[in-house]
Ligand binder design. Sequence first.
Ligand SMILES: Nc1ncnc2c1ncn2[C@@H]1O[C@H](COP(=O)(O)OP(=O)(O)O)[C@@H](O)[C@H]1O
Ligand SMILES: [Mg+2]
Length: 217
Amino acid sequence: FMANAAHQLRTPVALLWTQASYALRETAADKRQEALVALQASSGRLARLAEQLLTLSRAEPGSRRPRADRIDLTEACRQVLETHAPRAIERNIDLGLEETGPVPVIGDGTMLREMIVNLVDNALRYSKPGGSVTVKIAAVDSEAQLTVTDAGPGIPPEEREHVFERFYRIVGTNEEGSGLGLAIVREVVENAGGSVALGDAASGGLKVEVRLPLRSS
Ligand SMILES: Nc1ncnc2c1ncn2[C@@H]1O[C@H](COP(=O)(O)OP(=O)(O)O)[C@@H](O)[C@H]1O
Ligand SMILES: [Mg+2]
């Protein structure tokens, strides 16, 4: 994993160096501004990748005892949707939350939020502009059920097992990415004693269903 992670970091770090050199060489103020904007965007993506690698290393067996916080999954979803609202507006996607109250679970709050971030990030990124993304959270019997649906192209059945592998990306995927998002989702969910499954949304896009044990008291 370490070798793979280092390899993943090498390309975006080299890009930062190139973009910084380019900005330094540029004398026209507007051109320099443009180069700095590109540099800033690349830095943001690199920070995101580092965060994903950190989450995965924390999910690694034996890395440390996972925290067992009392978490309200509804509140966690609300926070993630709030931070992603600007991205949704930018892409003209209707991002909504369907909830009926608190959904208490036991787990690591940071990891669970990161899991939701990766699902919402995918749904927004692979959706066509103008579509909608819905996050639904409910307590059903002794389970917390989190469903994220989008109106994108979905994932073909023969790819559904592979997309959970670390660094796996579907050939021909245009959006940039690391291939780590769904691996994080599965590892975090399984660490918390739950499961995740992919299906078809009624809208034609992808439906991701996460089930976690409900906290009883
Ligand atoms: N909501 C989605 N709609 C369509 N395809 C998706 C969606 N989420 C993930 N995928 C596909 O699964 C692959 C793996 O996803 P992920 O592990 O999050 O990595 P990344 O998004 O960095 O490529 C993606 O490359 C993409 O092809
Ligand atoms: Mg992703």
